[in-house]
Design a protein around this ligand. Structure first.
Ligand SMILES: *[C@@H]1O[C@H](CO)[C@@H](O)[C@H](O)[C@H]1NC(C)=O
Ligand SMILES: *[C@@H]1O[C@H](CO)[C@@H](O)[C@H](O)[C@H]1NC(C)=O
Ligand SMILES: *[C@@H]1O[C@H](CO)[C@@H](O)[C@H](O)[C@H]1NC(C)=O
Length: 233
């Protein structure tokens, strides 16, 4: 092989990387789970929610943060989500279980529309709307429910009275993602000053098929090191 062939292949690769880079910063997917008993301490929720993690959203992210985009035509995106749900009743039914809206007076599909417009839509060239929602189902079939991995002997048990260290919580999540795979945690501080675990961000590869370490300094939003509660209803 001669030199100029090498050079042109190299240039072509560079060009492809360049356009890919401009096109999207998407390097991983954050599968963000929320803990309803925490969420519902600050929001008015629907009655009878279960003490199981549910999906907050599926957020394409660069190596540091989730990506947001400006949607110039929300109505057309809302219609796309509605059409997918109408045409795929199985998908719709699965999403109702794993990705329920928690807030009283808001429907599940309104929540999905919101998440699609805020987070999914910017990467629709890579993950179109139906694949976006199918990815949520796929990740959910990779586990039972996160709480089943955490609430084991020696793990963390939901309670208003017992708190855990950040590292203890992280360890319990290794039962799902495997050792040494870091996740992001986010917490909320309620009006009596208790620190409550609010969300767990599981990171997955670009094709949303396996867990990877959430990159960068592991974000621990408001959680602190000790005395974190996983409250009950
Ligand atoms: C909530 O659950 C209780 C007890 O299981 C039941 O009596 C009540 O009707 C339920 N409420 C709603 C709105 O489903
Ligand atoms: C704050 O959270 C703790 C733990 O769940 C709970 O016991 C306490 O009642 C909460 N405070 C308020 C004002 O709800
Ligand atoms: C835990 O605390 C929350 C917030 O104060 C309260 O709503 C809930 O009923 C408590 N759970 C139990 C089992 O007491």
């Amino acid at each position: 092989m001669n030199h100029s062939y090498h050079n042109s292949v190299f240039l072509l690769l560079l060009t492809m990387l360049y356009f890919e880079g401009i096109h999207s910063q998407y390097v991983l997917m954050q599968h963000v789970l929320q803990w309803p008993p925490t969420f519902c301490q600050e929001k008015v929720c629907k009655p009878n929610l279960s003490e199981r993690f549910s999906i907050h959203g599926l957020w394409p992210a660069d190596s540091l943060r989730s990506l947001r985009c400006k949607c110039s035509n929300p109505t057309s995106e809302i219609n796309k989500v509605n059409a997918v749900m109408r045409q795929n009743p199985n998908l719709n039914n699965q999403l109702k279980i794993i990705w329920p809206n928690l807030i009283a007076g808001v429907s599940d599909v309104q929540f999905w529309q919101y998440e699609w417009i805020k987070h999914g839509y910017c990467n629709q060239n890579i993950i179109p709307v139906i694949q976006y929602f199918q990815a949520a189902v796929r990740v959910s079939t990779m586990m039972t429910n996160l709480i089943d991995y955490m609430d084991v002997p020696g793990g963390v048990h939901p309670s208003n009275h017992t708190s855990y260290s950040e590292s203890h919580i992280r360890q319990s999540i290794f039962n799902l993602v495997g050792p040494n795979i870091d996740v992001f945690l986010s917490c909320m501080i309620n009006s009596t000053g208790h620190v409550l675990l609010k969300e767990v961000y599981l990171c997955l590869d670009r094709s949303v098929t396996h867990f990877i370490t959430c990159p960068g300094p592991v974000k621990s939003n408001l959680c602190g090191v000790n005395n974190i509660f996983l409250p009950t209803f």
